[in-house]
Design a protein around this ligand. Structure first.
Ligand SMILES: *Cc1c(COP(=O)(O)O)cnc(C)c1O
Length: 392
């Protein structure tokens, strides 16, 4: 396959490049033992090993594996014991799963404007804000609001990122959530993790994620007299085994991204109408984020890259103020729950009705980096990118 073809066919498959039968010992073990349910035996499950490894790797207090990041967000929110209809402040620019997790937990999302880096502008949060989800988008570490008791860090796109103080994204707020969907840093097709430093919160989450039970591994679940209802978010040994394998490659993957990012920063064209959004040292460099002077130029760049089969994407899909899930305020419940509990008036915090945010998104373009390529191929890919951008 030619390099151009390889770059064009890949669309964000970071960890997917490291899926390899010769490196699937945990999966083989689980299959050989004939057990894919984590609580089947009282020995240490693959899921528990994964949780232990994640705690060590990220410096997280407590870890729980679940099916996906959306469930992890729901669990984090519900474990704060909110009242139905309570508000949760979320960024106006993020994947709709964030809003869906809030609504399906019986809570009301309030969209908050973003800054130049497309992270939530925490200065807009009103005093007394109780709950907020901060999303570290495209590997960019976002600032956390001060004085908010329940900050959930959505790290779906930022596994391995670090704050300036060295702590990992996901470990500074009340809870952190991670995704292993195909398009994320590491993958098990679908998969999620939840981390928290709060032992009692972890107990509540563990209980809720297994039907509200106080299960002892190896046994049928039991329920305490004060049990509350729960759901079933218990992960599978097969999925946990693949996640465990993927974690073996996290450092190489992050290093490959760093290397290609550094190469690209040296090679990019010097055009007055094009800027590259800066990346902090601790960000995961999953993409180059470009900002053009106008939407027309951005669209021309999309066309030029696409014609050369260079993968790229824009971020309009993340603009929640115009997302039908939010504008329509529809629900499958007959009484419109939970929208029927929303306060009157717009559920938005913006200085200008999101005009600036919209303009930023209209001029932004992302190009993924390829951690798995050897350096020589990364150099060629960066040169092809440079030529294409110069000709726009
Ligand atoms: C992918 C993603 C999610 C949802 O993750 P799933 O594992 O697919 O549920 C949530 N938030 C952000 C920012 C995402 O990119």
């Amino acid at each position: 396959m030619t390099l151009d073809k390889r770059l064009g066919q890949r669309f964000l498959p970071y960890g997917a490049n490291y899926l390899d039968w010769s490196d699937m010992d945990e999966l083989r073990e689980a299959i050989d033992q004939g057990v894919l349910f984590r609580y089947q035996t009282d020995g240490e499950s693959v899921a528990s090993r994964l949780e232990r490894r994640v705690a060590e790797r990220l410096g997280a207090g407590h870890v729980l594996a679940v099916h996906n990041c959306t469930e992890a967000l729901r669990l984090a929110l519900i474990s704060t014991r909110p009242r139905t209809g309570d508000l949760v402040h979320i960024p106006a620019v993020t994947f709709v799963a964030v809003a869906g997790a809030v609504l399906s937990s019986g809570l009301i999302p309030v969209l908050v404007d973003v800054d130049d880096s497309l992270s939530m502008d925490t200065t807009l949060l009103p005093p007394g804000t109780r709950r907020s989800i901060v999303a570290h988008m495209e590997g960019t570490v976002a600032p956390l609001p001060e004085g908010v008791p329940y900050v959930v860090e959505d790290c779906a796109q930022a596994l391995g990122a670090r704050f300036p103080d060295g702590r990992h994204a996901g470990t500074r707020g009340y809870a952190g959530t991670f995704s292993f969907h195909h398009n994320k840093v590491l993958t098990s097709g679908e998969g999620g993790l939840l981390v928290t430093g709060d032992r009692a919160a972890w107990e509540t989450m563990r209980c809720y994620h297994d039907h509200g039970s106080a299960r002892v591994p190896g046994h049928y679940p039991t329920w305490n007299q004060d049990a509350h209802f729960g759901e079933n978010f218990v992960t599978s040994e097969g999925v946990a085994a693949i996640q465990y394998q993927q974690f073996r490659h996290l450092d190489a993957l992050l290093a490959g991204l760093e290397r290609m990012h550094a190469l690209a920063m040296q090679e990019l064209p010097d055009r007055p109408d094009l800027t590259v959004l800066p990346r902090a040292a601790g960000d995961v460099k999953i993409s180059l984020r470009f900002r053009w002077e106008s939407r027309e130029l951005r669209d021309a760049a999309v066309a030029a890259l696409t014609a050369r089969s260079i993968a790229n994407w824009t971020l309009g899909k993340y603009f929640l103020p115009e997302h039908p899930v939010l504008t329509g305020r529809r629900s499958l419940y007959g009484d419109g729950f939970p929208w029927n509990l929303a306060p009157a008036g717009p559920l938005a915090l913006s200085r200008d009705g999101f005009a600036r945010t919209r303009d930023l998104l209209d001029r932004t373009l992302c190009v993924p980096l390829s951690p798995e390529l050897p350096e020589q191929e990364q150099v060629l890919a960066v040169k092809a990118l440079r030529q294409t951008l110069e000709a726009v």
